[in-house]
Ligand binder design. Structure first.
Ligand SMILES: *Cc1c(COP(=O)(O)O)cnc(C)c1O
Length: 486
């Protein structure tokens, strides 16, 4: 053994020669309390997407810390590195500390929809291979170290879930939900080159990014308090643009409020407004694409309805250590997008070139292990735990909202950035949320609630400061301020 981290020795590494090497300060610091580099920026300045263009007024957003103050330098190996092993020891110590930090940070991960409940030990044996699925999943390239057989197994599973026949779908495993959106909207644009993109203002930022990248005309549609697309505003905007086809981004779970847009109503409005056979719907199911099919009473996302594509993130509800996603579209659409590539002996119909060949293995493994039944159970548990959290928040006098088909609990933004960072809460304006994933247990929620109630009493000065009103964001019936509480 070359070197090991001296546990509890105040940040030093034992080298092979027995000497102690102190660790750089930035490695020792594991707390999240310092606010170095914390920048307060006025919303709207150089930031079109989040700006006050909806008449919401100016509001400060807090950006994360400047990483350059704590980056880990690359050290040039010593000439006699092989003899002293100092470099190895340095790296081992850095990694051991990093691992400890990951364990701690993972314990407090509650604000982002990442399912940590997985066990992939069986796949460790494959990590030494450079698996790459560059190109079209259905056409084997000359690059032989691939996992296309797993990728297509996964795609078949999703196509069946969304009711598209094997010979009628096309799809691929993406690098993330964003890539699915970039692809789905591009397919829509290729099918209707002069189409206008319609998306609710609560859509993920990647949707508006796609519009900018593709230089598409785009129209933001208003939302209801729930975060759902306001269909009367949608209809009005459609009628003002009847001369051009419509490309619609439909949210199956919005990022902040977990709202599900009403697919059936959107289709009805399109058809009744003169857009029959002149629209393309991309369903952004990054968050709930895989949860919705298992929720009773939920609307159904299916290719039996006139939709063009559906995408989902693999690292969110499914649970996967690396970011990935799934994109499914109709085979008839993909020809418009594809180009043959001689160099690879395959076809280019994806956004990226090289594609992660490990991700399909992880997805394949999870789908096999859990199956429909497993996912169904997990979805039910998430919804139950989300109700538990919402109820407990309300009992504590904290306004909270939970959409019916969702496990995202929205509540008043904590006034304590340290607490926000500790629990990695995603905040927007006056609200924050917790996304209840399968790994978020009642115990985790209880410990979160306990800390929240304590620190909240500090910033409300034991009740001397009034409970903030967030009726505009979550509705009066969910708000706990003096005016709205019952
Ligand atoms: C997370 C999310 C995305 C983006 O997915 P990534 O996998 O993070 O790229 C897109 N849409 C919605 C609604 C999301 O919640």
């Amino acid at each position: 053994m070359v070197g090991s981290v001296a546990n509890g020795s105040g940040g030093a590494v034992v080298l092979a020669n027995g000497k102690l090497e102190p660790l750089a300060e930035e490695l020792i610091q594991l707390d999240v309390s310092s606010d170095c580099g914390l920048a307060k920026v006025e919303n709207g300045v150089g930031n079109g997407e989040l700006g006050g263009e909806d008449g919401e007024g100016k509001r400060a957003i807090v950006l994360g810390r400047n990483m350059h103050t704590s980056s880990l330098a690359i050290r040039e190996p010593d000439v006699d590195e092989e003899v002293t092993g100092e470099g190895e020891a340095y790296m081992a110590s850095v990694l051991a500390r990093y691992r400890r930090r990951l364990v701690e940070r993972t314990k407090h991960l509650i604000g982002y929809p990442i399912n940590l409940d997985y066990e992939y030990g069986a796949l460790a044996q494959l990590q030494h291979f450079s698996i790459n699925n560059a190109g079209d999943p259905f056409i084997e390239s000359n690059y032989g170290v691939h996992s296309r057989q797993f990728e297509i197994g996964v795609l078949d599973w999703f196509a069946r879930l969304w009711e598209l026949e094997k010979n009628e779908y096309w799809g691929y495993i993406t690098n993330c939900g964003t890539e699915g959106n970039l692809h789905g909207i591009l397919v829509g644009r290729e099918v209707f080159p002069d189409g206008i993109l319609y998306a609710s203002k609560d859509s993920h930022y990647s949707v508006f990014k796609a519009a900018r990248m593709y230089r598409m005309e785009s129209i933001k549609v208003k939302t209801l308090v729930s975060g759902e697309m306001d269909c009367s505003d949608f209809e009005q905007k459609l009628l003002q643009n009847k001369d051009k086809p419509a490309i619609v981004n439909l949210n199956i779970g919005t990022t902040v409020k977990g709202a599900v847009d009403d697919l059936d109503l959107v289709i009805k409005i399109l058809e009744e407004s003169g857009f029959k056979n002149r629209f393309y719907i991309h369903c952004d199911g990054a968050l709930f694409g895989l949860m919705l099919p298992f929720v009773k009473r939920a609307l159904k996302v299916t290719f039996k309805k006139p939709i063009g594509s559906v995408s989902v993130s693999g690292h969110k509800f499914v649970g996967c250590p690396m970011p990935c996603g799934v994109q499914i579209t109709r085979r008839e659409h993909i020809g418009a997008l594809s180009k043959d590539v001689e160099y690879l002996a395959t076809r280019d119909a994806t956004i990226m070139g090289s594609r992660n060949g490990h991700a399909p293995l992880f997805l394949w493994y999870t789908l096999n292990k859990k199956g429909y039944k497993g996912f169904q159970k997990e979805v039910q548990r998430c919804l139950q735990n989300a109700h538990y959290l919402r109820n407990r928040l309300r009992e504590a006098g904290i306004g909270a909202m939970l959409n019916e088909l969702s496990s995202t609990v929205v509540f008043e933004r904590p006034r304590d950035e340290e607490f926000v960072r500790m629990w990695q809460l995603a905040c927007q304006g006056n609200i924050a949320h917790v996304v209840v994933m399968p790994d978020v247990t009642i115990e985790k929620l209880d410990s979160f609630l306990h800390e929240l109630v304590q620190t909240r009493s500090n910033w409300l000065q034991g009740g001397r400061n009034p409970t903030p009103c967030i009726a505009e964001e979550i509705g009066g019936e969910n708000c706990a301020c003096a005016l709205h509480k019952k």
